[in-house]
Ligand binder design. Structure first.
Ligand SMILES: Nc1nc2c(ncn2[C@@H]2O[C@H](COP(=O)(O)OP(=O)(O)OP(=O)(O)O)[C@@H](O)[C@H]2O)c(=O)[nH]1
Ligand SMILES: [Mg+2]
Ligand SMILES: [Zn+2]
Length: 309
């Protein structure tokens, strides 16, 4: 029987079988799934699998095979690049839940998220939550960010999950799609899903007063069915994002607005720093590429280790 993985804890899996029922699944032995990725988790949320009934009375199944993934998103530990984790698979889009404050999401973090999505050919969307907390200055800062990211080609929305503001756009965005929600701990991912699914009661927790950081309330990724069709995936908060499988030479190609300009650089191996005739630097000077994005390009570039250096 065919099934889809809705939750993976590492030791057991929540499977929704083709008949619409949920059962607890285990993996049969150790089967090699994808030769290209060596990840710490062999089966991820969103995976399409084959299951065999194991125990009728306990409603458990055995996962015997996994289908080819349409796509997937991999995260590396920022401290150990060899530790890769498949966050989820078979996605239509990846949504970053960001916040201007409580906690603040930096543009460095946003750009690392966007680059990761470009690497995996995933549509990326930015949603700023907690609009109710923003004063006049914060709102201006949000408008500044919105302009930067819209110019780069991304959709940007402002909502309040708690006050139920701006949610209509989010409903339209996720309608009949498989959407992954990600972001720092405490930005309100679970609160947003609770708002969308009134009958669900996801566990949420206040941002700790003294650190301004979230409490890492959600511990495993979990997918939920949307009432009007589609699925949404809640994930545990992340502090940092490592960049996977990108060389220095490839990096600029993952900034869509930089990619448009780099074909006009004088040298085709231009790194866009000091080379003469650099179209990217010219576009930054003319305001076509935002300075903030260019600076983050340079910062990410620095963190990529080159083997031949
Ligand atoms: N003021 C305000 N607070 C919000 C809003 N959305 C969520 N919160 C609060 O932010 C805190 C954290 O929310 P969660 O939904 O647990 O955050 P999370 O992103 O799921 O966090 P992790 O599971 O740790 O990754 C809770 O106290 C929520 O009530 C909002 O729109 N406005
Ligand atoms: Mg949560
Ligand atoms: Zn250049």
């Amino acid at each position: 029987m065919k099934a889809i993985i809705y939750k993976s804890t590492g030791s057991w899996y929540l499977c929704k079988t083709a008949d619409g029922a949920f059962s607890k699944g285990r993996m049969k032995g150790k089967f090699k799934i994808d030769k290209e990725i060596t990840s710490t988790n062999p089966i991820a949320v969103g995976d399409h699998v084959t299951v065999e009934p194991e125990s009728e009375s306990e409603n458990t199944v055995m996962i015997t095979a996994i289908d080819q993934r349409k796509n997937y998103l991999v995260r590396v530990s920022p401290h150990n690049k060899n530790q890769k984790h498949i966050v989820a698979s078979n996605l239509d889009q990846s949504i970053l839940i960001a916040t201007v404050k409580d906690p603040r999401t930096s543009t460095g973090f946003i750009d690392r998220f966007l680059v990761s999505c470009e690497v995996y050919h995933l549509k990326a969307v930015l949603i700023f939550n907690k609009s109710d907390l923003l004063n006049f200055e914060d709102k201006n800062y949000y408008q500044y960010l919105k302009a930067i990211y819209e110019k780069a080609g991304y959709e940007v929305y402002l909502v309040s999950a708690e006050k139920n503001e701006g949610m209509e756009a989010l409903h339209q965005l996720i309608h009949q799609k498989v959407s992954l929600l990600t972001g720092h701990s405490g930005v309100g991912k679970s609160t947003l899903i609770n708002n969308i699914l009134p009958e669900k009661d996801l566990f949420t927790q206040e941002v700790s007063e003294w650190s301004g950081k979230g409490m890492h309330t959600t511990t495993f990724a979990q997918m939920y069915d949307l009432p009007a069709g589609g699925q949404i995936i809640d994930t545990p908060g992340i502090r940092e994002l490592g960049i996977v499988n990108v060389s220095r030479a490839e990096l600029s190609g993952y900034f869509p607005e930089i990619k448009k300009e780099l074909v006009h650089c004088k040298y085709n191996n231009c790194s866009h720093f000091n080379e003469p005739g650099c179209a990217v630097k010219e576009a930054v000077a003319n305001g076509i590429i935002s300075e903030e994005r260019y600076v983050n390009y340079a910062k990410i570039f620095e963190t990529i280790e080159e083997k031949w250096k």
